[in-house]
Write a protein that binds this ligand. Sequence first.
Ligand SMILES: O=C(O)CCC(=O)C(=O)O
Ligand SMILES: [Fe+2]
Length: 336
Amino acid sequence: MQSCITPAVAEHLQAKGYAVVDGALPPPAAAALRSEIDALRSADGLVRPNCTHLVRAGSATPDLLPKSQIYEAEISLDPKARAAAPLLASIDADGSLGVLLSLFLPRLRLDAHGIKAQFNAGGGGAFPIHTDSEEELDGRKVTAIFYLNDGWTPDHGGQLRLYPFPEAPPVDVAPLAGRLVLFSSTQMHHRVLPSRAPRYCFTAWLSQSRGRGARAGPPPAPRLPPPPADALASGDPQAAAAARRFLLQPGIRRHVVKLVYSAEWEASLVESHPRCEATDAALAQHREGVAVAARALAPYAGEIDRLAAACASSGSVGGGGGGGAGGGGAAAVSWF
Ligand SMILES: O=C(O)CCC(=O)C(=O)O
Ligand SMILES: [Fe+2]
């Protein structure tokens, strides 16, 4: 499994924010892991519905909004699950994925991980657009998903859609057995398209537990100031370049992505959850977030439109792995 992390894979991950590796697991291992997830499902209490966390103003704890059809088992946190799933337990005991990535990408000091197994029952099970973490929220840096679906065909759906905005159009990745997808946990927005067939995978979130906080590591980069609106309005190319740098720094880019993909984001929330009061609250919160971002970023609307135009069409990863089509040619995103 570790042999799938080559310098080329690490380079793609660093440059594009994601990488796709086929044949990371041999077919018998993928089949055995599928059986282990079935064993977890038939055991009592090891598998739970996956929930979207909805943080509401004035409430200390997030509301949990269960996704339709999606079930998860904690592997790293649950000794009973490890006893029922020895192959997943052995993968959990093996830290080499993070060690190898850190070797090729020394900026990442991945020294911890958490593993979850996931079963999507089909019938339209989906994930809304999200990132897995945020800077300073927890130490998660790289998401590594291993797909286990033998005989997948496009009519099954359930592709992972990545949004490497604005460097490339959205990329759809088929959840083929043996395929590994790596991406930035904090910067890469993604969703799962509705799955019309049972879908199996497991995820390792690779984290950096040391060097966070004041004691070690460089301080976070200062926020770039926005360029003056009048320079931008006068068409000054330097102001336009400064605006792009401003828009693509991590804390701002997440609002830009929400604006650019606001309609698709809203549709993904509807597709992923049952129609209920909590889903309506999530939709209202999304619309409010879009409205606030639109007001705050109004002086840069033209620059955002130009970035979005470069990302208008969708790419896909078929059988061979590799990357999406390039687009944009804009200021680079710091994926890690
Ligand atoms: O199932 C997938 O392909 C992705 C799941 C996901 O985004 C998550 O667990 O955070
Ligand atoms: Fe995710």
